[in-house]
Design a protein around this ligand. Structure first.
Ligand code: AN7
Length: 358
């Protein structure tokens, strides 16, 4: 019998690189250690010699990368004696905060934009017992309210302005380097508040400066066209996109992300809602990987940049798939072929199948 050490989450895994003490009580749900899947079919369809991997962050405990940051933020909040956490969210942060607060036995307050969060995320926040406050305004308004509340009320803010969030999230870069035994040439991410692209750069830089790798990737950030402040060069007051996770017009890590772009010699670009949805479908149909719309923008942008030659052939590319497709079942069903209704009879079922038998 061969035994493998039980995986107990990313703080245990990277304890010496994270801000925890020996006696810190770790609040974990076993986050991190997500699959890095090499795409087989899409590069062939594209006809380009590229090596593309997707980091499937949708396989974290609550279905998004937010868990990496939340384990750190909630662990530290509890250590510091906090009894409640608060966040504004387009959905995934609220789902993650709700789950980790439940695990820790503290209260989570979540502010979400009314009618603009995916159904799965709302279900999660409600199910884990968070106090869900729907606001008649967008994420950016919610974020401002949370900052104001944080100044007067004994609650810990767990949005990515909490520096422990980025510390937790940097571990995704560690995992990628360890698995590839090098840094990729390009790392592509969807950008909303720009916390995650910043966190990845911290992680890549840490391994680089400690001499574990001899290069860092060029960082590419993709936004939805209707919510693309990094492309417009200024904040966007009325962001819109089908990818509700990144429906953000006032990114909190604005300066940090510009810094990442400059230091890594990368770039930002935008994807239309049509491109985002088409890529989400392509990935689901061609590779068997189901991500939410916002996540598909990383691959949508990467594939376009490969086609246009901005990313040269022969490159090793990692695209982060930030959230699971099941988060947003409405969008998935809307863009798929209708189900076929048949009588519960053998002949009818066989008849319906014939057109599809290869
Ligand atoms: C699936 O949950 O901001 O650039 O409140 O859920 O680090 O903000 C979500 C962001 C990408 C953007 N993909 O990451 C929230 C929230 C998914 C996301 C992003 C989000 P950042």
């Amino acid at each position: 019998m061969v035994f493998r050490r039980r995986y107990t989450g990313l703080i245990d895994q990277y304890r010496d690189r994270l801000p925890v003490h020996d006696d810190t009580r770790i609040i974990s749900l076993g986050e991190g250690n997500t699959p890095l899947v090499r795409l087989n079919n899409i590069p062939k369809i594209l006809g380009k010699a590229i090596d593309v991997y997707v980091k499937y962050e949708g396989l974290n405990p609550t279905g998004s990368f937010k868990d990496r940051g939340m384990t750190m933020a909630v662990t530290r909040a509890v250590e510091e004696g906090s009894k409640a956490i608060i966040c504004a969210s387009t959905g995934n942060t609220s789902a993650s905060a709700a789950a980790y607060a439940a695990r820790a036995g503290i209260t989570a307050f979540v502010l979400i934009p009314e009618g603009k969060i995916a159904l799965g995320k709302l279900a999660q926040a409600m199910m884990h017992g968070a106090v869900v406050l729907q606001i008649q305004g967008n994420f950016d308004k919610g974020m401002q309210l949370v900052k104001d509340i944080g100044e007067t009320t004994p609650v810990t803010i767990v949005n990515s302005i909490n520096p422990f969030r980025l510390q937790g999230q940097k571990t995704a870069a560690f995992e990628i380097i360890e698995e590839l035994q090098a840094a990729p040439d390009y790392h592509c991410l969807p950008v909303g508040n720009a916390g995650n692209i910043t966190a990845h750069w911290i992680g890549y830089t840490e391994y680089y400066q400690h001499g574990l790798v001899n290069s860092r990737p060029i960082m590419l950030g993709y936004q939805a066209s209707g919510s693309a402040p990094f492309l417009r060069g200024k904040m966007v007051d009325h962001p819109e996109t089908v990818a509700t996770a990144i429906r953000i017009g006032h990114p909190q890590s604005w300066d940090k992300a510009w810094n990442v772009q400059k230091e890594s010699q990368g770039w930002f670009d935008e994807c239309t809602d049509e491109e985002i949805l088409a890529t989400q479908k392509l990935l689901a149909e061609q590779e068997g990987i189901f991500c939410e719309p916002a996540s598909a923008s990383s691959l949508a942008g990467a594939l376009r940049d490969v086609k246009q030659g901005k990313i040269p052939e022969g490159s090793k590319i990692v695209c982060t798939l930030t959230g699971h497709g099941l988060k947003d079942p409405d969008i998935a069903i809307k863009q798929s072929q209708e189900v076929i209704t048949v009588k519960a009879e053998l002949a009818e079922v066989q008849q319906a199948m014939t057109a599809y038998l290869k």
